[in-house]
Design a protein around this ligand. Sequence first.
Ligand code: NOJ
Length: 558
Amino acid sequence: MKKTWWKESVVYQIYPRSFNDSNGDGIGDIPGVIEKLDYLKELGVDVIWLSPVYQSPNDDNGYDISDYQAIMDDFGTMNDWEQLLDEIHQREMKLIMDLVVNHSSDEHAWFTESRKSKDNPFRDYYIWRPDKEGKEPNNWAATFGGSAWDYDEASGEYYLHLFSKKQPDLNWENSELRHEVYDMMKWWLDKGIDGFRMDVINFISKADGLPDGPNPHNKKYGDGSQYFMNGPRIHEFLHEMNQEVISKYDVMTVGEMPGVSVEQAIEYTDDSREELQMVFQFEHMDLDSGPEGKWDLKPLDLRDLKKSISRWQTGLHGTGWNSLYMNNHDQPRVVSRFGNDKEYRVTSAKMLGTFLHMLQGTPYIYQGEELGMTNIKFDSIQDYKDIETLNYYRDALNDGKSEHEIMQSIYTKGRDNARTPMQWNSEKNAGFTTGSPWIAVNENYKEINASQAVHDPESIFHYYKKLISLRKDHKIIQYGDYQLLLPDHQEIYAYARSYEGQKLLVLTNFSNQEQTFTKPENLSFYAKDILIGNGQINSLHVEKVVLKPYEAVVYLGE
Ligand code: NOJ
């Protein structure tokens, strides 16, 4: 397997609105990020992924961009951004930027032109269609509720928006549009950035004719995803982007890809096809959802997690490359989700980190994960800010769901769980802002905060620091192959890795009960060392290992 820097890196995601506010307006900003770079350096991460900081009316917190080459006023200036890049590089870290080009904002100049008239030169930059018998051109639902089409009075046609109506989809069939995007990408790369995270990039090619999607339960709108996920020209577009832009720089790329299968991910990330380097897949993030989608709550069955992760680990080994994540700005906090955010918060956060960081792939840490930050429960819907959450609340009430049931779903899955301000210290507003924060701070900040964690050698922060440095010291973590053990065990996730005569054995207990691991017959393993653990285990005897609640231990041996 070809070795590259991005296979050996650990990435830290910053959601700038909630990271650190330097000027007291209650909104995190770029100078605020600069203030915390030493903290990130101490953690040991190599790459920073910055969620969008471009000019935006903030319908979807910056994922609706009105100028790709300007910085949002809330976040600072282009000079601030230049300084950020410079300071990141001075500390020998790298910066990747978010690329959101499935859609723009409806306030982008391309769209304001495009909607002016049917013969405007920018008309074809977006996806416009006439009505179908007085109704929307097809039955697709938008991700944030309602139809994926909005009628534009002035020009008398509908435009497509797979997300909110302020996020019109760009028309990638138009080669001029594609080349505008490539030029914009080069402009950022020439400034010296180190790559891109590409927002829902497998949505950019839509099927010919935009056919209706299935609607088995006769709902108001159907599911068009099979006609826009991994569409007919997607590989052609990504290869073109690679040839015209990416291949000319030594940078990393990660494509966010809902609905991608292992087989498709191999196609996207196989080096020889010259498309992307890795993808964010969602399979493991969908295992605790029922048939109705993310708000339809279902407990995680650990055996499902094993099946899914194992297929990805084995499937991409040697041909593509995995990204490893359990948190980001769209997901609830993992310690609340798959761990225990009460009596076992610290232990279970360390266990989850161990599970993820010993796998093959590039790990992503989302701000606050290294502190074991938890989900929030605001009493009132008024305190929530996320468009997806607010729309769900409105639509579900209209559909007759009880307020109680709706709030349970929001507490468990809502995106604002990840978006409360970063907890820096035990002072007012967790040290995030001297003003009034744009979204409430989690009230547990006096106990859970970075200042406490940095000073406590037993903290999750220090444990993550060790996980990160182990990956650097041991090629087996980066490049070893993967073998699942005990596939049917309901509480223990155990796996082995091997590389050039060395072996690694990873045992993690996902339950709040003691569990006993019995070494399976098909594993020959002789332990020589314990690399890391969150409990007291110090024996190298691995025939039978008693794991305390949420205990994790990693052995190196042969
Ligand atoms: C995925 C992003 O991660 C999410 O935050 C955003 O709402 C959608 N794409 C639309 O851009």
